[in-house]
Every structure is written in structure tokens, then in C-alpha cells.
Write a protein that binds this ligand. Structure first.
Ligand code: ARG
Length: 245
């Protein structure tokens, strides 16, 4: 009888494990962060990482569910199991790597300064930067950079969403924004009214999928899937659609 109970337990455990395997992988995105992740006017979630996520899930044979999550709570939400993965242009940093496990990087983006065409702000001249208002998305590598290097000089405005930051530059409440280059390019460079100011700054060690520390098996599967997508051309096709370089 004991044996039966033991066997029953093992079966139940296996069923539990199979279930964990089969339930959809939940992936978090902070939108809008064009071209990485954003919604079309019809409300459909799209972008480089959204398409990459779809291809990755298909490659892994896993069903996926997409979750919208504000950036400032995106790591806490992962740790609280609200979702299993973050694919939100999250750059690998030492600090984050203490809390989450990163896949191999699938993109590299520097931070860049964007301002109005008319601006005379010079980011290389700290005395000229005195009192200038610089916008960043809160908790990003750009926020860390200005906080560490410029907080004595400039007035830093931190935004919950990239969208609000864009609006504030538009309405001259900011002198500059500091944002992932492709995002600034997408929002600003399509208009003649804006320009890149100074040189882009290398921040982090590339953008990667973030997951919980203990999900090492999942990380292996994700790395394998990303590798396949790079080798079979899927990755390049998606890249070409969203980035011009
Ligand atoms: N790449 C930057 C970082 O890792 C900013 C990412 C913000 N992403 C977003 N979807 N809002 O901190």
C-alpha cells in the first residue's frame, strides 16, 4: 500500500512538472518603447522584441503570453512571478545580474542625447551643461549614467514612461533627453525639428532576455532558440524590419 502511495506521489509530481512545462511562458514588455515594443493604432502589440519573442516561443515549442508592465516595476514583477521573462530592451548590467539571469545578448544599443534642432547645448562641456534639464526614463541605464556623472551639474527629470519624456522635449520642458539610440531615432529623427547631440554613450553589455536566477534550464533553451534564429536568418529578417543599421 505504501508503495502505491509513493507511486501515486511520483505520478502527481510528474504531472505537476509537465504542467509547469506546458503552461504558457509569460513575457513582460514596457510599452511604448518603439521600435522595441509598442502598440499599433489598432492596439496590437508589436516591435522588434515582440516579434523576436514570438519566433523564440515557436522555436521552443512553447505557447507564450504577453504582459504589459511598467518599467519601474519590471524586475520586481518577474521576481514575484507575475511573468517568466522580460524582453524590454533590458541591457545587461552588473547590478541587474545580481537579481536576474540574463540570456546571451541579442542586440546592442548605446544611449544617445536628443534635443531640438535649435539647441546649443553641448554635452561635452560640463560648464555649459549647468542647470540644463535632462530627461531620462527612471531606472534605466541612462538614468544611472546621468545620476552618476552629472547630478551635480544638470537638473534630472525622471519619467515613468518614455512617452511622457518625449512629450516634454517636444514642449520644451526639457533641454535634452537621453535614451536608447534607436528609440530616439524612431521618435525624433523622423522630424526635422530634432537632432542627436554629442556622441552616443556605450551603456551595459547588450540587450538580453531576463529571467529568474533559478531558471537555468529555461535560459539554456532560450539561448539555443536565439542561436537557431540567428543561424536560420529569422533574426536578421526581424532586425531589418525594425532597425536601419
Ligand atoms: N536599455 C535601457 C536599460 O536597459 C532602457 C530600457 C527601457 N526599456 C523599455 N522598454 N522601456 O535600462
Amino acid at each position: 500500500k505504501k508503495l502505491l502511495i509513493a507511486a501515486g506521489c511520483i505520478l502527481a509530481m510528474m504531472a505537476g512538472m509537465a504542467q509547469a512545462q506546458d503552461r504558457p511562458l509569460r513575457i513582460a514588455f514596457d510599452v511604448p518603447y518603439e521600435p522595441f515594443e509598442y502598440k499599433t493604432p489598432d492596439g496590437e502589440l508589436t516591435g522588434f522584441e515582440v516579434e523576436l519573442a514570438r519566433a523564440m516561443c515557436e522555436e521552443m515549442g512553447r505557447e507564450c503570453e504577453f504582459v504589459i508592465q511598467a518599467w519601474d516595476g519590471i524586475i520586481p514583477g518577474l521576481l514575484a512571478r507575475k511573468y517568466d521573462l522580460i524582453m524590454s530592451s533590458m541591457s545587461i548590467t552588473e547590478d541587474r545580474a545580481k537579481r536576474v539571469l540574463f540570456s546571451e545578448p541579442y542586440y546592442i544599443t548605446p544611449g544617445a542625447w536628443f534635443g531640438k534642432m535649435k539647441t546649443k547645448v553641448d554635452v561635452t562641456d560640463m560648464s555649459a551643461m549647468e542647470g540644463k534639464v535632462v530627461g531620462v526614463q527612471r531606472g534605466t541605464t541612462m538614468d544611472n549614467y546621468v545620476t552618476e556623472n552629472m547630478s551635480d551639474v544638470v537638473d534630472i527629470k525622471r519619467y515613468t514612461t518614455a512617452d511622457d519624456m518625449v512629450l516634454d522635449l517636444e514642449s520644451d520642458r526639457l533641454d535634452l533627453t537621453f535614451v536608447d539610440y534607436p528609440v530616439g531615432e524612431e521618435y525624433f529623427l523622423s522630424e526635422d525639428n530634432y537632432k542627436v547631440v554629442g556622441e552616443p554613450v556605450k551603456l551595459g553589455k547588450g540587450v538580453a532576455v531576463a529571467m529568474r536566477k533559478r531558471d537555468t534550464e529555461l535560459a539554456e533553451k532560450i539561448n539555443a532558440a536565439l542561436k537557431t534564429l540567428k543561424n536560420d536568418g529569422t533574426y536578421d529578417t526581424i532586425m531589418d524590419k525594425y532597425f536601419d543599421y
